[in-house]
Design a protein around this ligand. Structure first.
Ligand code: XMP
Length: 506
């Protein structure tokens, strides 16, 4: 495997994803807290950073166990730090070094740059520049503005590059990474979904043995794939629980249960809608609603888990970005997620946690699911928030409002599916607004509710833009909703991006 030492760059995860795309396994660790470099580690990469090496609080790695012992590729901040710390010098740059540039010099003997053509476009993003290099170092590439585009230490497999090979705007970045991984580190490109499944099932068997595992499923991709892996490893000793909180989409509970049963999972559906509605009665503060739903879920889940004798493990669908997030290096640009599914083990459930997906990125989870034959409708499902429709009914929640919103949502989502638009959208849903507006029906004036439709494109939910759905489609959906859903006389489409808006309205 390859270790990536993180200095807090926004691109660190991207380095990992590119490496995985090359079918090589890698792990991200904080620069100041990484595991011992045993035989399994074939090379190390240093990430960029929001800091400058000239900052007082600049992260200072200790590379004594790495330099000269393992091949080392230092990107951006990493490269500057190598120069700075070995007798070279780094200064604030006088010319702009952001955005695209083209390589105007490439050392023809550099194994790192093999097969990369002159003029190849690279992507820069740094405020400092390397002015002087250490003595035992040779320049391996330059751009017209940046003389030290990359460098290599003599007699040592240690490289620094100023640009970001991991971003797609560095057109040949993947060749550079391949050169480093395969030619310099000598790793085999054999990390595939199939090998992951095989390896993970074996690991789970060893880890869990004949113990019992309980796991809450949500219908989402992560928990479904995690459960399928566990099921492959331990079969009927995996006890799955799917809670209907009364805030799911129309027919979702029944449909998802059916899908799970077809997969052979040992699953119990628990209809607790009434318990949730009762607790939510009269509550309109969004955070309060979230808290109530979260606590109630734990209560219901715990009741169910207690009915399984001798259960000792809790299965979770935690994925790698959640893990990285929870132990990441916080730089000035660090983003903080306010809601996520990790950290989930309530104190009173003294179970050990097993997380089969905690080394995978989302797209890899899908590939693994596909490898195991999960149906596309499970794998391609839009994300759906844990509190469900509760945060899409602005204000207080009643069963009747849920029913109305379920109908609206159903026409919208089914319409997206019928017209082949569902997969072009990252997440979609309807929001029931607490406003009544005037309308006419026959000769009468009416006051009925308005709903908003929201469809966004996004990579990870952190930023998003509204999808430019065809007017004709919106017209058809609006008609369907107004003609079929009692209580709704107005439909609007949300055309706000995130930021500054969020995806959900609460
Ligand atoms: P926002 O509204 O913050 O949403 O732009 C970003 C993503 O997070 C989901 N979301 C939640 N997921 N519990 C969840 O499990 C929550 O309380 C919650 N709130 C928002 C939202 O659906 C979107 O995918």
């Amino acid at each position: 495997k390859i270790l990536i030492l993180d200095f807090g760059s926004q691109y660190t995860q991207l380095i990992a994803r590119r490496i995985r795309e090359l079918n090589v396994y890698c792990e991200i660790h904080p620069f100041n807290d990484f595991p011992a470099l045993d035989e399994s580690v074939k090379g190390v990469i240093l990430s960029g950073s929001p800091f400058s090496v000239l900052d007082d609080e600049a992260p200072l790695p200790d590379l004594t166990e790495i330099r000269g012992k393992k091949p080392l590729l230092a990107v951006c901040y990493g490269a500057q730090w190598l120069a700075h710390n070995n007798g070279g010098s780094v200064a604030k740059s006088s010319t702009r070094e952001y955005g695209r540039a083209n390589l105007s010099f490439i050392h023809d003997q550099s194994p790192l740059l093999k097969d990369i053509p002159l003029e190849s476009q690279v992507w820069m993003s740094h405020g400092d520049t390397i002015q002087e290099l250490p003595d035992d170092v040779e320049i391996i590439c330059s751009t017209p503005d940046v003389k030290v585009g990359g460098f290599a230490f003599e007699n040592e497999q240690t490289f620094g590059i100023q640009f970001h090979p991991e971003v797609s705007h560095s057109v040949d970045g993947k060749i550079l990474l391949r050169n480093f991984l395969v030619d310099i580190c000598g790793v085999a490109q054999d990390w595939t979904p199939a090998s992951f499944v095989e390896e993970t099932v074996q690991i789970l068997k060893d880890q869990v043995g004949n113990d019992k595992v309980v796991m809450g499923l949500s219908g989402g991709v992560d928990s479904s794939v995690a459960a399928t892996l566990l099921h492959k490893a331990i079969g009927k000793n995996l006890y799955c629980i799917f809670v209907d909180n009364g805030l799911l989409r129309k027919n979702e509970f029944e449909n998802v249960l059916e899908d799970y049963k077809e997969l052979g999972l040992n699953i119990k559906g628990v209809n607790s809608s009434k318990r949730f509605y009762e607790k939510l009665e009269g509550v309109s503060d969004p955070e309060e609603k979230r808290k109530i739903i979260g606590n109630m879920f734990i209560e219901v889940f715990d009741d169910e888990a207690h009915q399984i004798e001798d259960v000792t493990w809790l299965g979770q669908g935690t994925i790698y970005p959640d893990v990285i997030e929870s132990k990441s290096v916080k730089g000035p640009s660090a983003t903080i997620k306010s809601h996520h599914n990790v950290g989930g083990l309530p104190d009173f459930m003294k179970l050990k946690v097993v997380e089969p997906l905690n080394t995978l990125f989302k797209d890899e989870v899908r590939r693994v699911g596909r490898e195991m034959g999960l149906p596309e409708n499970l794998l391609g499902r839009h994300p759906f928030p844990g509190p469900g429709l509760a945060i899409r009914i602005l204000g207080d929640i009643t069963e009747e409002k849920v029913k109305i919103l379920q109908e609206v949502d159903h026409y919208f989502i089914q319409g997206l599916k019928d017209e082949g638009l569902y997969d072009d959208v990252w997440q979609a849903g309807a929001i029931l607004l607490p406003v009544q507006s005037v309308g006419v029906m026959g000769d009468e004036r009416t006051y009925e509710n308005a709903v908003a439709l929201r469809a966004v494109e996004s990579i990870d939910g952190m930023t998003a833009d509204w999808v430019h759905l065809p007017y004709e489609f919106l017209a058809r959906i609006s008609n369907k909703i107004i003609n079929n859903v009692k209580g709704i006389n107005r439909v609007v489409y949300d055309i706000s991006s995130k930021p500054p808006a969020t995806i959900e309205w609460e």
